[in-house]
Write a protein that binds this ligand. Structure first.
Ligand SMILES: [Zn+2]
Ligand SMILES: [Zn+2]
Length: 374
């Protein structure tokens, strides 16, 4: 597991991270997958792709576990205790680990936990710092704090795709009043625009058919690149993304691909083909109810309509070529070896061999279909 994680195997297979891959391959819960991976990376040396060996975080504990001197529960206590300690130099960490291991020879996990708390108190009387600077930052995050008077402060981070969506939603609303007597500064106008966007979202009924016009981001991409979904870099404003990414977003008109032919002339034939019209979107919602990916519970209101055969490859925007997918599973379907087969007009998902060697198709059984759904 540690080796797999250090080599980025999950990302290469199209998953967002190693726990996500473990959930599909060995059917761990997310909690168990994270726990086992953390355990593995703390106790095992890994060889990086360049050939250098990274030593385990807890070498003495790894040794003791291999010898049978401590059990897995005690190892968990030692891991948590050491992880909770402030920045120590290598020697101090080794000492703390050794002290814990000596104690583990006598203590059961509960007693060892209490001893661990004392180790922490001795090394770090002020306690751990507030969680402001987490080592690995997730792609998207939002910290919000409701004040006593009910107003809110927030701070966050968005990935490229969401950031562009956000920018494009805000832009039309943050312009100064056209009458010319707008005294609001930029931050205030942006704040007003944000509030407008929230109001719009609140007014949006829980039907993808009425989600309104999707935000469009113009991306310039060669027609061939879009067809072949090569991992080449294309320009989107002053930002960059891969053709594979552009292809996924083009799948449900999150972007308006200014698709260029061989002579760099826009191919207008492509534009009317991709946008899923409201009536088809509604039919899709009635059929799939929510994300069609097996075991996903996300509702239809957050989903994209995915073209099973991409429109760029001649796939029609018709019900029997579409599947409702939440953003995470939409990404997975485009980037991994999962594929979709339409059987009797419904999407079935064919797992990659490393998830199921027999590649038996599965479907989502969680969204009860309506009796007369198309
Ligand atoms: Zn798609
Ligand atoms: Zn899903």
């Amino acid at each position: 597991m540690a080796e797999m994680d250090s080599r980025g195997t999950a990302t290469k297979l199209g998953y967002s991270n190693t726990p996500a891959l473990l959930m599909h391959t060995v059917r761990f819960s997310r909690t168990e997958a994270r726990h086992r991976l953390a355990h593995a990376t703390d106790l095992h040396a890994v060889t990086t792709p360049t050939g250098s060996v990274v030593e385990p975080v807890l070498p003495q504990t790894a040794e003791a576990l291999a010898q049978g001197d401590v059990g897995p529960e005690q190892v968990d206590v030692i891991r948590k205790t050491l992880a909770g300690l402030p920045d120590l130099d290598a020697e101090q960490r080794a000492t703390a680990e050794r002290v814990m291991l000596t104690r583990a020879a006598e203590d059961d996990p509960r007693a060892l936990t209490r001893f661990g708390e004392r180790v922490r108190d001795i090394v770090d009387p002020d306690g751990p710092p507030p969680p402001d600077d987490e080592p690995s930052r997730p792609a998207r995050m939002l910290r919000r704090q409701v004040r006593r008077d009910g107003t809110m402060e927030f701070k966050g981070h968005l990935d490229l795709e969401s950031a562009q969506l956000f920018e494009n939603l805000l832009k039309p609303f943050e312009k100064p009043y056209p009458e010319g007597n707008d005294t609001r500064g930029y931050a205030e106008r942006a704040g007003d625009a944000f509030a407008d966007v929230l109001r719009m979202a609140a007014n949006c009924p829980d039907l993808p058919a009425q989600n309104g016009a999707r935000t469009e981001v113009a991306v310039t991409i060669g027609w061939e690149g879009l067809q072949r979904s090569l991992e080449e870099v294309v320009l989107s404003g002053d930002r960059r993304m891969t053709a594979r990414e552009a292809r996924r977003m083009a799948c449900d008109a999150h972007i308006l691909p200014a698709v260029l032919g061989g002579d760099s002339q826009p191919l207008d034939v492509a534009v009317p083909a991709y946008a899923t019209p409201a009536h088809i979107r509604r039919g899709l919602y009635l059929r799939d109810r929510g994300c069609a990916f097996p075991a996903c519970e996300r509702p239809g209101s957050v989903c994209d309509s995915h073209h099973v055969v991409h429109w760029a490859d001649g796939g029609p925007t018709k019900l029997d070529n579409l599947a409702l997918l939440c953003p995470g599973h939409h990404r997975l379907v485009h980037h991994s070896d999962w594929s979709i087969e339409m059987v009797d007009g419904r999407p079935w998902f064919v797992p990659p061999v490393y998830v199921d060697a027999s590649r038996t198709p599965r479907r989502n059984e969680l969204h009860a279909p309506l009796p007369h759904a198309a």
